[in-house]
Design a protein around this ligand. Structure first.
Ligand code: ATR
Length: 301
């Protein structure tokens, strides 16, 4: 445990609930291993208290906050500014202290980008098959737009939600030619996607909650679905279990796989670095520290 004195910096998490968060493990281990005089504490904050919590944290000088469910979008009006990608997504998970107020970032998505970069899973120029159309899928869809995917197929149980997301990507690109170029975005049902209709050499990013522990025996596609022959690289945002049935099925057909564990680690590391005024989102934390935290996260499951 960090020794607390008059110079200890405080960071925290705002969420409801917060009881099962792994963020204190990431940040307090980082602080200890780097020798930073910083403590990270979760705060259980109800929706109706969110504004006061953000203003109060700023008044108390907390150097940064993470924000989790259900506050990731609701917190945006209380910020002094928002990073462009986070603004496009409409959700932030990291607040960084400035004199005027907190600045919002989405390090979930920056963490995914870093995890994919390290695994050699590039997005640029790839045909992407995205499963899901909820909050996580939305963030990933915008990442694909910003990272210049060649095309994106959004497959979801409720096709209308996939259609709305595909529409939004198109509208955003049309309204923000200074930030992104338009890419083809289509919506399909999971059944249609299972036929392999989205193309060849796909980068598949699984963003539904299907296969999440304790219901780990589920997968968005049947075992013998033709689409598995078209998936070259697959990411599943789920990290519990470490290998979902989806990833298992991709791997069996010779595809490369990546789970959500490094995304979890890097969203934390990038947030921590932002709090330490390292704003370039490159990872500066030594590999041995990253490895140690990664191991702790895996053991904590
Ligand atoms: P998150 O913020 O993690 O994205 P969410 O917004 O609740 O969570 O979205 C959950 C996603 O998982 C949705 O795409 C949902 O599909 P629907 O839009 O049709 O609800 C998908 N999902 C959840 N349970 C599912 C199931 N049993 N089969 C197929 N898709 C499922």
């Amino acid at each position: 445990m960090q020794e607390i004195d008059g110079r200890t910096k405080l960071a925290g998490l705002l969420g409801d609930p917060v009881a099962h968060t792994k963020s204190p493990l990431i940040h307090n281990t980082l602080a200890q291993m780097r020798g930073d005089n910083l403590v990270y504490v979760p705060f259980h904050v109800k929706q109706e208290d969110l504004m006061q919590a953000v203003k109060g944290a700023h008044a108390l000088g907390l150097i940064g906050l993470n924000v989790t469910v259900p506050h990731k979008s609701a917190v945006i009006p209380y910020l002094s500014g928002t990073d462009p990608l986070a603004k496009a997504i409409g959700a932030v998970n990291t607040l960084v202290y400035t004199n005027e107020g907190y600045w919002g970032y989405n390090t979930d998505i920056l963490g995914l980008r870093e995890a994919m970069r390290r695994a050699g899973f590039s997005i640029e120029g790839r045909r992407v098959l995205l499963t899901g159309a909820g909050g996580a899928a939305r963030a990933v869809a915008f990442l694909c737009l910003f990272e210049k995917a060649a095309a994106i197929t959004i497959a979801n149980r409720s096709v209308d939600k996939a259609e709305a997301l595909a529409q939004e990507l198109q509208s955003f690109a049309k309204d923000h030619p200074d930030q992104v170029e338009s890419i083809p975005a289509v919506a399909v049902s999971l059944e249609e996607a299972a036929k392999g209709a989205a193309g060849e050499d796909l980068l598949a990013i699984q963003c539904t909650s299907v296969g999440l522990a304790p219901k780990a025996d589920a997968c968005v596609f049947e075992e013998n679905a033709p689409v598995f022959n078209s998936i070259k690289d697959a990411v599943d945002l789920i990290y519990e279990p470490q290998k979902t049935l989806f990833l298992e099925r991709v791997e069996k057909r010779g595809g490369r796989i990546l789970n959500g564990m490094d995304m979890l680690l890097f969203q934390g590391v990038i947030a921590y670095q932002l709090w330490q005024n390292e704003k370039d989102t490159q990872i500066h934390i030594p590999e041995e520290i990253l490895g140690c935290i990664g191991e702790k996260l895996s053991k904590k499951q």
